[in-house]
Unconditional design. Structure first.
Length: 342
């Protein structure tokens, strides 16, 4: 079976012949691995089953130094965090959209390499990613504190803002689905803290859930899978997400949720991608601890509904030996074809 077929089987709730995997790495961690493997093609080196297409969060243009501007006009300072950065200023200083110019969701840069990448790696499961897809896009424009206060003080503005963002995201997703034979659309949007939702379940259901339903429906009506990323403790809204049409949840953080209990509870209704601790085991554990946690997760995945991975993109504080431990443990599963072992 191809990697594409394996991921499809997992998302359908069926048992795979082996537990599939797909890993991401921050810039520093990726540089360490590229030096180790002697290649820039880490997806092939580690045997990733997923082919990522589309958004680099928002496509950043360099402004000089450590400052970058995304397609919405948000400026990011990457002097500390090289991958995304910290937002500078506030593009919507007042609760109004008057005068704000929205970018083109079908800008060619979002899609220009899709066909070539699919042609090069046709056996992988094809996922078009849209980062900062709703709540995160809203707060980068308005400011986190402002947006949370707006939910209480200016709810009509928040509804309008989120509707326009959802329209933008749906237009981009539809364009991607028209342009290429993809399998899934992945929406990135953090809602969680270490304990609970940032805005709480009532406001999440009032402001975000109606737009999520529209976004997921636009993907499902074309026969594609819906995958999302939301950091933090958000499992209290899993039933809402399933009802809205979600197929797969990432990053599945063991620091904030019981991944084994949740996998058993939702198997057949919701698949998970992630699960290996990036806050504890990977940076601070021994190689044996990383290998043991990986083996336990891979064993869980053989019952279906799970894609093995660290709970987030691997950070620079993870030793090379620990990265190689989870990579080799996944690659070494019985039944994995040599071509997928990296």
């Amino acid at each position: 079976m191809t990697a594409r077929e394996i991921i499809r089987r997992v998302l359908e709730g069926e048992r795979p012949p082996w537990t599939p995997w797909s890993f991401k790495f921050t810039q520093e961690a990726a540089e360490t691995l590229r030096a180790h493997y002697g290649t820039d093609d880490l997806d092939t080196a580690v045997g990733n089953h997923i082919l990522t297409l589309g958004s680099d969060i928002g496509f950043f243009d360099a402004m000089g130094g450590d400052r970058f501007r995304d397609v919405f006009g948000v400026v990011w300072d990457r002097s500390v965090d090289r991958d995304i950065g910290i937002v500078e200023g506030c593009l919507l200083p007042e609760p109004t959209l008057a005068g704000f110019e929205w970018p083109d969701p079908c800008d060619e840069r979002f899609f220009d390499d899709m066909a070539a990448r699919i042609q090069r790696w046709p056996h992988r499961f094809r996922v078009f990613e849209i980062g900062f897809s709703l709540f995160e896009r809203a707060w980068t424009l308005r400011g986190m504190e402002n947006l949370l206060m707006d939910m209480a003080l200016w709810p009509d503005f928040v509804h309008e803002l989120l509707d326009v963002i959802a329209d933008y995201v749906i237009a981009q997703a539809r364009e991607a689905m028209e342009r290429a034979d993809i399998d899934a659309v992945y929406f990135g949007d953090d809602w969680g803290q270490q304990h609970g939702l940032i805005m709480g379940p009532p406001m999440w259901r009032t402001f975000l859930l109606p737009r999520l339903r529209r976004m997921y429906a636009a993907v499902r009506e074309k026969g594609h899978y819906v995958m999302i990323h939301s950091c933090g403790d958000v499992d209290e809204v899993f039933p809402d997400l399933i009802d809205a049409g979600l197929h797969c949840f990432n990053p599945f953080q063991p620091e904030v949720m019981d991944v084994f209990a949740l996998h058993a509870q939702y198997r057949g209704r919701l698949a998970f991608h992630g699960g290996l601790s990036t806050q504890r085991t990977l940076p601070y554990g021994t190689v044996d601890a990383v290998r043991a946690e990986s083996e336990r997760l891979l064993a869980m995945g053989r019952s279906g509904g799970y894609i093995f991975s660290p709970a987030h993109a691997v950070e620079s504080d993870v030793p090379l030996e620990n990265m190689l431990a989870f990579i080799r443990t996944a690659q070494g599963q019985p039944g994995v074809p040599e071509a997928l072992r990296g």
